[in-house]
Design a protein around this ligand. Structure first.
Ligand SMILES: Cc1ncc(COP(=O)(O)O)c(C=O)c1O
Length: 489
């Protein structure tokens, strides 16, 4: 069973009792894909609740369809934008889902729910007596701590000490406990070591929701992120579904890439590209290294990455991401973009791009160039969070590089966007995919206790990945039953 749905009746009953006391209802996967089905009384409540408030009704805002407002919004269409040609310099259309409008301002809050909800409704996590542990380099631990707080349970966030000040400052207001591990973005081994240490010390008092191996992460992105992109494709008259050519996502845990699997199941000609930092080229060159694209690239291949379905690896220079981040956020950069014809609406959208979102756009530009895509061709990607998560990086870059003047703006638009090359883009052959898959062995079988049989099943068993999407309906049925019992006297 890739997601443990074996029921522990006693713990499940405790979780029901706890939710009853606190008046908590859980959203289903169906509701996250289509929140128009959320009960009217929840919608009415949301119209008075801020997007990031620690309010239980915000569990129903775990969807790509929140109204784009900081407070009081209900639901509309999928939040996405088109990255304008004035920025990309390519003919193909690059469409990006917008993560800013999730509670916590980042899409990974969804993946944490995908891991937590099955454990709650099956009784494999005891919300009264256990702490939920959220190891991550990025927004996953923020989302996990947030969802734990909404559910009134205790949490531990684990993240590397060099993550942005904004992340730590906010986490302090939400997580029960924060553990900073040595190093930067790519130091995931240190996070795993800390998890083992906690496990040895606290054993039955904690449950570790490790996004790199939890299929709830894959499932949430397959169903909700993938489902939302499919809806854009099929509903938006401007987008001809048959012209969808690519899906690009940088891999942190590899969860978001599952949305590509959902698209490819429906449009088999589509190419999936996994991107990473050039400074830590694990997929491209079995490489390692530190880099500054927070949330991605951790010197290993995540267990939940369906490598056999990945068509391309694209390495993006982290300096390009930093320079484009400055271009989009420094007043001189914004003025320059206006002069270069970027329209008012696209200027207003610039704060929607966080650093890894910019990396995704750069990788999409590389993909469009690599496959010589034309005007009708469409690539989807994700703006995982937004610029507000990284503003301290502006002052830091000014220190390192000097003030951002118009020369810097010219260089960033021309050098990092328009002239982005196809360097670091590798179309994977069968054996290159196998090489990437084989890298999993060292992390997962040697270090983290996965079996030889399962790593082989990931590659050879045709049903291994195909069985996962069906869990959504099973979990939904369990959530509905759980909610019914919460509401029963
Ligand atoms: C800012 C940011 N970008 C990208 C990612 C990568 O997403 P995934 O872990 O689904 O591969 C994360 C993951 O937490 C993130 O926080």
């Amino acid at each position: 069973m890739l997601i443990n749905l074996n029921v522990n009746k006693e713990v499940r009953a405790k979780n029901i009792e706890r939710c009853r006391e606190k008046g908590i209802l859980l959203p289903t996967f169906k509701q996250m894909v289509d929140p128009s089905t959320v009960p009217e009384d929840v919608k009415a409540k949301l119209s008075h609740v801020g997007l990031w408030d620690l309010d239980k009704s915000n569990l129903f805002r775990i969807t790509w369809k929140n109204e784009p407002t900081k407070t009081g919004g209900t639901f509309g269409g999928v939040n996405y934008i088109e990255v304008p040609h004035e920025l990309t310099g390519v003919k193909a259309r690059i469409l990006a889902l917008v993560g800013k409008w999730f509670p916590t301002g980042a899409h990974k809050v969804g993946a944490t729910y995908g891991c937590l909800a099955p454990a709650l409704v099956s009784g494999n996590f005891d919300s009264v007596n256990q702490q939920a542990v959220w190891p991550s380099t990025g927004n996953y631990c923020r989302g996990g701590a947030y969802n734990s707080a909404l559910l009134g349970c205790k949490s531990i966030a684990i993240l590397p000490e060099e993550m942005s000040q904004e992340r730590f400052a906010w986490l302090k207001t939400v997580a029960g406990e924060i553990i900073a591990t040595p190093g930067c973005e790519s130091n995931v081994k240190e996070i795993f070591d800390k998890c083992h240490e906690l496990d040895a010390e606290r054993g039955a008092h904690i449950v570790i929701f490790n996004q790199f191996e939890e299929f709830g992460n894959y499932l949430w992105h397959y169903t909700v992120t993938g489902g939302s992109i499919l809806e854009v494709l099929e509903k938006d008259e401007q987008v001809a579904a048959q012209n969808v050519r690519g899906f690009v996502s940088a891999t942190g845990s590899g969860g978001t890439l599952a949305a590509g699997d959902a698209l490819k199941d429906k449009y088999p000609h589509l190419k999936i590209a996994a991107s990473e930092a050039l400074q830590c080229p694990t997929l491209l060159r079995n490489g390692f290294g530190g880099h500054r694209i927070e949330g991605i690239g951790d010197k290993h291949v995540p267990w939940v990455h369906n490598v056999k379905n990945t068509d391309m690896v694209i390495a993006v220079d982290d300096q390009d991401c930093m320079d484009v981040y400055r271009l989009f956020n420094e007043p001189t950069g914004i003025e320059y973009l206006k002069k270069m014809g970027v329209c008012e609406e696209d200027i207003k959208n610039l704060p929607l791009y966080g650093i890894s979102g910019i990396g995704n756009v750069l990788a999409a530009i590389k993909m469009a160039k690599y496959y010589e895509m034309e005007e009708d061709d469409v690539i989807f990607t994700v703006l995982t969070d937004s610029s507000e998560m990284y503003t301290s990086r502006l002052a830091e870059q000014n220190e390192i590089q000097g003030a951002f003047d118009e020369y810097a703006a010219v260089r960033a638009l021309a050098g990092c966007l328009h002239h982005q090359s196809i360097d670091g883009a590798l179309e994977l052959t069968y054996y290159e995919r196998l090489r990437v898959h084989n890298l999993k062995y060292y992390t997962w079988v040697e270090q983290q206790g996965k079996t030889y049989e399962e790593i082989n099943a990931q590659w050879y068993d045709k049903n291994y990945w195909k069985q996962i999407p069906a869990y959504a309906d099973k979990i939904d049925a369990m959530i509905e039953e759980f909610n019914k019992e919460v509401l029963a006297k």
